[in-house]
Design a protein around this ligand. Structure first.
Ligand code: SF4
Length: 202
């Protein structure tokens, strides 16, 4: 389905990127932008040695904006990414910022909501955190035939799966893949879905 099952600490779970820095950068760039465009911009940043959060902190917003122009809302994203990079520097580096105890701090930064914070903590910080997503809510609601809030779906799932980095990454990637490929908002493709034998929706 387009994602890679790999060893737990690999960064490649996130669209095949190979560093925590690139994952963090892409998390800002991808909002309302196609992944293919984001990957091209990341490659361009890499060619300029700007695919590191530390190096982004050292350039101006204008320079950053100019490079990330192919993504939608590039000006806003340049400002947000610079602020994020500055915060990472202030905390002593990206790996220090992406610790579970900094979840609320992450959410307080512009451009980072619950889902992005948890996804960064899981895939860039390698913390066992399960992101609460619309996909998780929808798939669980349909399979179990009950209503969940996003937070409630996450808590329900946390009781189902052992708290383990690999299992959380695999579960999250699996739910997102099922949500994208089959469990669509309208006209879900239940006949092709791996859950069709157990799902209460059909
Ligand atoms: S069987 Fe249909 S409703 Fe159930 S999880 Fe799969 S796609 Fe969604």
């Amino acid at each position: 389905m387009g994602w890679i099952v790999s060893e737990p600490y690999s960064y490649k779970w996130w669209g095949g990127l190979d560093s925590a820095d690139k994952i963090a950068i892409s998390a800002f760039l991808v909002q309302l932008t196609k992944w293919e465009t984001v990957k091209k911009v990341i490659d361009d940043l890499s060619n300029r040695n700007l695919d590191k959060i530390d190096n982004i902190a050292n350039i101006s917003i204008e320079e950053l904006d100019n490079i990330i122009k192919p993504v939608n809302f590039h000006k806003t994203k340049a400002i947000r990414l610079k602020k994020f990079a500055n915060k990472a520097i202030e905390m002593g580096g990206l790996s220090n910022l992406l610790r579970i105890e900094n979840r609320e701090l992450l959410i307080s930064l512009d451009g980072i909501g619950d889902e992005t914070a948890d996804s960064l903590l899981l895939f860039a910080g390698n913390n066992a955190v399960l992101p609460s997503t619309e996909y998780l809510k929808r798939v669980l609601e349909r399979i179990y035939g009950k209503k969940f809030t996003k937070k409630g779906a996450k808590e329900f799932a946390e009781k189902l799966i052992e708290k383990d980095l690999y299992k959380y990454k695999l579960f999250h990637a699996g739910i997102v893949s099922v949500g994208k490929a089959y469990c669509r908002l309208t006209k879900p493709k239940c006949e092709e879905c791996i859950f069709k034998g157990v799902c209460k929706y059909i």
